[in-house]
Design a protein around this ligand. Structure first.
Ligand code: CDP
Length: 249
């Protein structure tokens, strides 16, 4: 498929992958998947597969980059060479630097950084497989990994993209929709407060489309928040019951 080529994105009210306009892809969340990290999460969003790992709070190095009043958040988004169709050249590029910055900023309003002056909280997001929306999948996974690491936060952050394909405002674009559609708008928010902590837009939306997209994203973030919360509760219930069995034995 080439850019500009006519694609029938919508047929009988359904999208290419059979979803309705306001339907999320399948989401799977697993908490505490890595032994060596303080907190971790494996997350699938449709065909996206991502891992988030959190370290800290620990002393910030180099020292000159410390903040005397609060912890510094380091966020590294990285795409594995095998995560895309054509092998991606390993290492940082403009895109990953931008996504790391936006993702870091999405967490700044919720992490209680003032508790840990001169410290660093490190978040690593590794994209193992991509199908558009990797930054949103990474933010959702990072949010759970931060909670798993016990980092004090005011709330979880949830994230999803909305966009425009075939003239319709749709939720959670897949790769074909993202690459050949008319607009893509990833959003991160504190779902319980409807507070947006990150918003980007690629393409054009009218004011009305923007409003409808925002509404779709807000509803979806509430659903994602519940999945994040459930995954954390399941993990810690399991851990508690193992401890209890150990005590009983
Ligand atoms: O992944 P996300 O939607 O957050 O970011 P994007 O820059 O809009 O990229 C959309 C999709 O394009 C990615 O999820 C990948 O599937 C694909 N992509 C790729 O194939 N090669 C790259 N170097 C970058 C992106």
């Amino acid at each position: 498929m080439k850019k500009g080529e006519e694609i029938e994105f919508i047929k009988d009210g359904k999208r290419l992958d059979g979803r309705t306009f306001d339907e999320l892809r399948n989401i799977k969340i697993e908490v505490g998947v890595l032994e060596r990290a303080d907190g971790s999460c494996y997350l699938e969003l449709g065909d996206n597969k991502v891992i988030a790992a959190v370290y800290g709070p620990r002393e910030m190095h180099p020292r000159h980059a410390q903040d005397a009043k609060m912890a510094v958040i380091k966020f590294r988004y990285n795409m594995a060479p095998f995560s895309v169709d054509d092998r991606k050249r390993p290492g940082p590029d403009r895109r990953s630097v931008e996504i790391s910055k936006v993702s870091r900023e999405a967490f700044e309003p919720v992490i209680m950084r003032e508790y840990y002056p001169k410290a660093a909280i490190e978040v690593y997001v590794e994209i193992l497989q991509s199908d558009a929306g990797t930054r949103t999948a990474g933010i959702n996974a990072a949010s759970v990994a931060l909670a798993d690491a016990g980092i004090p936060m005011k709330d979880l952050v949830s994230s999803i993209a909305v966009g425009k394909v075939g003239g319709e405002v749709v939720l959670d674009l897949n790769a074909v929709e993202d690459n050949y559609g008319e607009a893509d708008m990833p959003i991160a928010m504190i779902a319980r407060k409807n507070t947006i902590t990150a918003l980007q837009m690629d393409g054009r939306l009218t004011k009305d489309e923007f409003g409808r997209g925002l509404k779709l994203a807000m509803n979806a973030c509430h659903q994602i928040y519940e999945l994040q919360r459930t995954a954390l509760i399941e993990r810690y219930n399991k851990r508690e019951s193992v401890k209890f069995e150990e005590r009983e034995a």
